[in-house]
Every structure is written in structure tokens, then in C-alpha cells.
Design a protein around this ligand. Structure first.
Ligand SMILES: [Zn+2]
Length: 382
């Protein structure tokens, strides 16, 4: 459907352009690649592509490591426009070079247009669910505090099953680590907005009954075993009588300092709150990196001395998770593609997509496809 829309849009754009410029001068050719100016190039290009596909042998190894990249809100038009933004229509993003591609349709059980919460349940746990819910089946309605506590309604993520196989597990995002997509790795909640206990209290519900997402990151069956957690969102893990390293107040009502507790739960652990603490040091078994009070910055607005790039976090996450013999599962999210789109900020959205592509390339460079499966997807369009 999106493909069709895009093709129609192009056709319309071409008609509009040709009506505006009835006699295009030869110098207005779009492609900057001189090779594209010959028929020989295109015929040779098609032949070599087909030959390469035919000669590729099917990799039937069982993956020891799985890395799942999620470009939040990264629609097909976003991908196409990001190529243009990168260096022109003919350029390729890191995942354009992958050998297999498919299309998925997205909807929620109770709504036509899906959000980041129920899609996280779908791609991480394999269960389609209701809008705004995370890690619970369609039996649980949005905002149902009691329903989410019934464990028979819980949908478990691939991180949970990886931990059963003694694999190391981690998540990396440019949003708050308690935001909808990363929460799909470890949380079971009927409301994506219940990131701290104060969020639940403000909604007139009881956090002692329906546990907030940050608490589940610390004490949930999957959350408590995560080896790597990186992103933003210190506010959801700190009490409201305490400030973080950059002087901003926490928002928890229960007085819990979950950043402290995370470190106490684990051995050989590192906590980093800025880029210089993160880069280069991969001698720890467990890593908590919280680089912002709220979401991390858009890349174009990022203080590069304080906040790492998604590619830098990806590199450290893979190296840290590789410190084990049974393999790992890693979830990585380019979260702010979606948020830029929500604001209609196309330049930010495309730049975030390029950063996402760079992170994928970093993962490709660090791993071997004989034992590592890398999947790149989106959750919904814009
Ligand atoms: Zn999303």
C-alpha cells in the first residue's frame, strides 16, 4: 500500500514538474553518478544483481546471536527520502545491502493504526494486541490495571526466551529506556504511559497493584536479567527528592533510586551517564548507560561531548554482550525517527534514519553472519 502511494506520488510529482518546466534543459539530470548515464551500466547492473542472487548459498546455520534493529516510525517513504538525504537516489543505506527483504502489514487488534506499544508486543513476542498496551495479549484492554497483573495474559519477548537459553541480553534506544519500544523487551503493562509510579498515581491508579515500567526494568522476570541497558530517561528511575548528574529532578514518588539498585543487583557492573565514560571501556559484564534526563537528543542537536551516537552505543553494546559463550540477543532502536515525524521535522527524521543506518553498519562490521542474525524492521509508518 505504501509502495503504491509512493509510486502515485512520484507520478503526480513528475506531471507537476513537467507542467512547470515543459522543456527541461539537459543539465537538469538528477543523478550525479556519471555511470548512470549509459544503458550499458543498467544492463550490467541487472545482470550482476541476478548473478549475485543466484550464486548466494542459503545460510542454514542456527544463529547464536540475534540483533534486532527497530527504526521507529520508519516508513517506506522515510527510507527512500533518507537515501536522497544521504547522497542521492542511487545511494544505499546499510540495510539496503542485506540479502533478504519483505513487507509486513501493521494494525492493532482494536484499532486500524498501530502504535509503538502494541507493535513491540507483535515483533518481540509474536502476539498482536490492543493499542497502547505492551507485553500483554489482546485479553488486556488499554488501562486495565487488574488485567495486566494476570500472568496468563502476558506475552513474553524474545529476550525472555534468550535468557532461558543462557544468552546475554540487552537493549539500546535513543528514547527513554522505559519508552514503548524498549519496554516491549521486558515489560507487561496495559498502558505505555505508566513509565514511573507517579505516572500511575496521576492516572488515578495504584502502582502497588499495576507495576510501573521502570520498576519492571529492575524487578521484572526479564528486566532484572538484562546485561546492557542504554538510552535516556533518568527521570523515570530517580526519586522526586533527588537530582541527576545534570541537575534535573527525578519524578518517582516511592523514593526509589533505581539507577543505584540496578548497579547493586549485578556484579562487574558499569554505570555511565555521559559519552566519555562509555567510549573505549568494554571490560565490564553489565552496563547501564543513561545519557539524558528525558529522551536523548536528536542527532543534529546532540552535544557530542556528552551524548554518544547510536552507532557508538551499538559498538559498546555488542562488545559487552559478546563477553559470554552462549550468545546474545540485542534490541536496538532508532527511536527519534518517529518523534521527528510527529513534529513534521523531516530533516531531523532523515538524519535520524542515517544515524540508524550507521548503527546497523557498525553491527555488520563487528559480527559474522555465520553465527549472527541481524534483522532490521520498523513498527509502523507515518
Ligand atoms: Zn513507533
Amino acid at each position: 500500500m505504501s509502495c503504491m502511494t509512493f509510486v502515485l506520488f512520484l507520478t503526480f510529482a513528475q506531471i507537476w514538474a513537467s507542467s512547470m518546466h515543459p522543456r527541461l534543459p539537459p543539465s537538469s539530470k538528477l543523478s550525479t553518478n556519471p555511470k548512470e548515464q549509459t544503458s550499458y551500466y543498467w544492463i550490467h547492473n541487472a545482470r550482476s544483481t541476478i548473478t549475485e542472487k543466484i550464486q548466494r548459498s542459503l545460510n542454514q546455520n542456527v544463529a547464536k546471536n540475534v540483533i534486532l534493529f527497530l527504526g521507529d516510525g520508519m516508513s517506506i517513504p522515510t527510507v527512500a527520502a533518507a537515501r536522497v538525504y544521504q547522497s542521492g537516489e542511487e545511494s544505499e543505506l546499510a540495510f539496503d545491502k542485506f540479502p533478504y527483504i519483505g513487507l509486513a502489514k501493521t494494525y492493532a487488534v482494536d484499532r486500524q493504526v498501530a502504535d509503538s506499544a502494541n507493535t513491540a508486543t507483535a515483533y518481540l513476542a509474536g502476539v498482536k494486541a490492543n493499542y497502547g498496551t505492551i507485553g500483554v495479549g489482546p485479553e488486556v484492554n488499554f488501562g486495565d490495571c487488574q488485567g495486566m497483573t494476570n500472568e496468563t495474559n502476558h506475552a513474553f519477548s524474545i529476550a525472555y526466551y534468550s535468557q532461558l537459553k543462557n544468552k546475554r541480553t540487552g537493549l539500546v534506544t535513543t528514547a527513554r529506556v522505559t519508552h514503548a519500544s524498549p519496554a516491549g523487551v521486558y515489560a507487561h503493562t496495559s498502558d505505555r504511559n505508566w513509565e514511573s509510579d507517579s505516572d500511575i498515581i496521576n492516572d488515578g491508579q495504584k502502582p502497588e497493584i499495576c507495576s510501573d515500567i521502570a520498576s519492571q526494568l529492575l524487578f521484572g522476570e526479564t528486566g532484572k536479567k538484562l546485561n546492557v541497558v542504554m538510552g535516556g530517561g533518568r527521570m523515570k528511575l530517580l526519586p522526586n527528592n533527588m537530582t541527576d548528574e545534570e541537575g534535573q529532578k527525578g519524578e518517582r514518588s516511592d523514593g526509589a533510586n533505581l539507577i543505584q539498585t540496578w548497579q547493586e543487583q549485578r556484579i562487574n557492573v558499569k554505570y555511565a551517564w555521559n559519552r566519555s565514560q562509555l567510549i573505549g571501556d568494554v571490560t565490564f559484564d553489565n552496563l547501564l548507560g543513561l545519557f539524558a534526563h528525558d529522551h536523548m537528543s536528536f542527532n543534529l542537536e546532540r552535544d557530542t561531548t556528552n551524548e554518544p551516537s547510536l552507532a557508538e552505543m551499538t559498538t559498546v553494546a555488542i562488545k559487552t554482550l559478546s563477553r559470554g559463550s552462549d550468545g546474545y540477543f540485542l534490541f536496538l532502536e532508532g527511536a527519534r525517527i518517529d518523534m521527528a515525524h510527529h513534529s513534521g521535522a523531516s530533516r531531523l527524521a532523515l538524519n535520524e534514519t542515517i544515524e540508524f543506518s550507521k548503527a546497523i553498519q557498525a553491527a555488520v562490521d563487528l559480527t559474522d553472519e555465520s553465527d549472527t542474525l541481524i534483522v532490521v524492521t520498523s513498527d509502523h509508518a507515518h
